[in-house]
Design a protein around this ligand. Structure first.
Ligand code: 5GP
Length: 153
């Protein structure tokens, strides 16, 4: 009986570890297993600062439901994600006045659908090939806090 118990416990643990290992880095962020600079959240979506920002306020919007390719989301999910991203973008613009907030979808590095939101002063601000900003943890935290405060208004 004890052996059976141990076997079942081991199987459950293995399944659980496999599940954690299979999670995308963004799912681990959403679950709080990896820290992030949170900018906005609701029951379906999470927004946080890109760790390698091309501009201060560069934010990623992700669905909590793990899907690799953004266009594999259902029409309803994609529409809801876009509306959520809109409200995050307006919060970014209030926090960091800019001409517009650009929206981009690449998804070539992380296999978890996400939208990049980037405050724009000029076209070059959307160039993902340029050297990324090196912002201190303190500045990143202040940046996220400002966006979260505007989003929560
Ligand atoms: P993409 O998949 O759209 O080509 O790029 C993924 C983006 O996610 C990159 O801009 C990269 O800096 C960002 N990124 C990758 N890993 C992490 C992470 O662990 N934390 C955060 N905050 N951003 C990440």
């Amino acid at each position: 009986m004890r052996q059976l118990y141990n076997l079942i416990t081991l199987k459950l643990k293995t399944q659980s570890y496999k599940h954690i290992a299979a999670m995308t880095i963004f799912s681990k962020i959403i679950a709080g297993e990896i820290p992030s600079y949170k900018c906005a959240e609701n029951d379906k979506f999470y927004a946080f600062l890109d760790i390698n920002p091309v501009a201060q306020g560069h934010t990623l919007v992700v669905p909590k439901h793990e899907v690799d390719y953004i266009f594999d989301l259902s029409d309803e999910e994609l529409a809801e994600m876009t509306v959520f991203a809109k409200h995050v973008a307006l919060a970014i613009q209030r926090a960091f006045p800019c001409r517009k907030v650009g929206m981009a979808v690449l998804g070539l590095d992380v296999n978890h659908a996400h939208i990049h939101l980037i405050p724009l002063q000029s076209e070059g601000d959307m160039d993902f090939r340029k050297p990324k900003l090196q912002l201190s943890a303190e500045v990143m935290q202040q940046t996220a806090d400002k966006i979260l405060k505007e989003f929560s208004k």
